[in-house]
Ligand binder design. Structure first.
Ligand SMILES: Cc1cc2nc3c(=O)[nH]c(=O)nc-3n(C[C@H](O)[C@H](O)[C@H](O)COP(=O)(O)OP(=O)(O)OC[C@H]3O[C@@H](n4cnc5c(N)ncnc54)[C@H](O)[C@@H]3O)c2cc1C
Ligand SMILES: NC(=O)C1=CN([C@@H]2O[C@H](COP(=O)(O)OP(=O)(O)OC[C@H]3O[C@@H](n4cnc5c(N)ncnc54)[C@H](OP(=O)(O)O)[C@@H]3O)[C@@H](O)[C@H]2O)C=CC1
Ligand SMILES: O=C(O)C(=O)Cc1c[nH]c2ccccc12
Length: 434
């Protein structure tokens, strides 16, 4: 921690820079990595670095850690995968947590994690621009604060941890401006409480859309679900084991296609023919599809029963909206009080990272898993593997090891290199290097 305090002491306010920029802005030199985003991924990297004795600085646009979980998820949310598959490095879940921890338990775990590793992000700082300055060998990371004040952080290493869910995907639907009822994305949906006895159209049948339908039923709203494409629905558990855990275990022994065949046979026995309910399955099996496209199978937590009972109605794609009415692609019209867009999320990396080699236009690393974590010039990415928290933990460990390796080489020959910042990097509390 001493070292972080030292960093704060070094935040030189540069009046000349202010004058040139003609605005209130300041420049901060960071003698360690800057991590953009204080979600599970950013926290994991900060913790892995801390354990090795390296301080880092975490910049977070919102006012809390894990803002996706704290501010943008619904009340009834639990982890879909058993807890052992959602742990961050260096600290497991408490043993008293249930197999599928609740959102509150998961947030509590993350808060304990941040406290344990003394991670104190700078909140309310949105990274708006990050660029490598070749001339000096540093990343220039610009942030905008709450009062629009600007800061430029200069660092040797930059870690993108802004996540796969940084911005809501809101589709353009013909007539959207005309619709008289509430239209909102699932990131603003908390519970069915405010939709009691309302007719609600849920657009999108990923894990969010399916669970929101169930939640609406439980609050005696009347949901319909727009399914425009194929989808794999699997039971969350089969043969007394979690479907995810069982799949991972089977993959150790069997080829993916065979495991997919197994998953589909057991799903058929447990759930019946989902196509009869309007949920056609994709040609590719669930694991193969996840692996090739990143599309996550839906793990059923009770929605399918509600579809079978007719409490949730399945609809085709939307053609257009009118004041109180939705016209579907099959020509049918129906009145709705509200629309919930369960249409997913996108990465925002291209909006702030000015770099051409590491990321695709869609904000995901170009190199496929498990090699997407490392770019050039001290640039890293954590949590873009489409493999949830487990994938983020793998990235985080690799990034911290890579930075450590780099620093050890530097320590061996510190004067061979003009980036002196590494010499400032070791925290006084760390153990001596071997
Ligand atoms: C509803 C839901 C349920 C999920 N359940 C599971 C699950 O059970 N198991 C699992 O493994 N995964 C799950 N996921 C996947 C999810 O991606 C991970 O749980 C996890 O939140 C990813 O962590 P992250 O840190 O990469 O991203 P996030 O949690 O999104 O954190 C990124 C942080 O970066 C900040 N940020 C973004 N842009 C900027 C910027 N320009 N400047 C500064 N800060 C910025 C954000 O405010 C945010 O706090 C779920 C996702 C959703 C949406
Ligand atoms: N408890 C848990 O663990 C939970 C985990 N999650 C995870 O969070 C992440 C995000 O999930 P989610 O929010 O469901 O987003 P997803 O991206 O998984 O799903 C979005 C869905 O919306 C559909 N869609 C997009 N645009 C349109 C449109 N214009 N018209 C009709 N349908 C449309 C997509 O269909 P198409 O395929 O046709 O594009 C897709 O089915 C996922 O990784 C998910 O697994 C979410 C909820 C709970
Ligand atoms: O909830 C998600 O989307 C995740 O990222 C975790 C996840 C759910 N199902 C999976 C199948 C393979 C890899 C990760 C997941």
């Amino acid at each position: 921690m001493d070292c972080l305090r030292e960093i704060e002491g070094k935040q030189a306010h540069d009046p000349l820079f202010d004058k040139i920029m003609n605005k209130s802005s300041r420049r901060v030199f960071v003698p360690g990595p800057v991590i953009v985003g204080a979600g599970p991924s950013g926290l994991a990297v900060a913790a892995c670095l801390k354990e090795k004795g390296f301080p880092s600085m975490v910049l977070e646009r919102s006012s809390c850690i894990a803002s996706l979980w704290q501010l943008k998820t619904y009340d009834r949310l639990r982890l879909h995968l058993p807890k052992q598959f959602c742990e961050l490095p260096l600290m497991g879940f408490p043993s008293e947590f249930p197999t599928y921890p609740t959102k509150q338990q998961f947030i509590h775990y993350l808060e304990t994690y941040a406290r344990k590793f003394e991670i104190r992000p700078r909140f309310n700082e949105t990274v708006s621009h990050a660029e490598y300055d070749k001339a000096i060998g540093f990343w220039r990371v610009k942030t905008v604060g709450k009062k629009l004040e600007e800061t430029e952080y200069m660092c040797r290493w930059l870690v993108a941890a802004t996540g796969e869910n940084a911005e809501a995907v809101v589709p353009e639907i013909d007539g959207m401006g005309e619709f008289g009822g509430d239209i909102r994305h699932t990131s603003h949906y908390k519970s069915g409480e405010e939709f009691k006895s309302k007719k609600v159209l849920v657009v999108g049948c990923g894990n969010s859309g399916m669970e929101v339908c169930l939640d609406l039923c439980n609050y005696s709203a009347k949901p319909s679900l727009v399914v425009r494409d194929t989808v794999h629905v699997l039971p969350r558990e089969m043969l007394g084991k979690s479907t995810f855990g069982l799949s991972m275990w089977l993959l150790k022994w069997l080829p993916m296609r065979l495991v997919d065949r197994f998953l589909l046979i057991v799903s058929r026995l447990m759930l019946g023919d989902t196509a009869r309910l309007g949920l056609d399955r994709p040609e590719l099996g669930p694991l193969e599809l996840k692996n090739l496209s990143g599309k996550t199978p839906v793990l059923d937590v009770g929605t399918l029963a509600k579809i079978k009972s007719g409490d949730v109605k399945v609809c085709p794609g939307i053609k257009k909206l009118k004041r109180h009415t939705v016209e579907f692609l099959d020509g049918k019209m129906e009145n709705f009080d509200a629309i919930i867009l369960a249409t997913g999320y996108k990465s925002n990396v291209p909006s702030w990272l000015k770099e051409g080699d590491m990321f695709e236009k869609d904000g995901f690393p170009k190199r496929p898993f498990p090699n997407g974590w490392r770019g050039e010039c001290g640039l890293y990415a954590v949590g873009f593997t489409k493999r949830g928290i487990l994938g983020a933990s793998m990235d985080a460990k690799r990034i911290a090891e890579d930075i450590e390796r780099y620093c050890r080489n530097e320590e061996a020959a510190p004067y061979d290199h003009h980036h002196r910042s590494v010499l400032l990097l070791k925290s006084s509390s760390s153990s001596p290097s071997p």
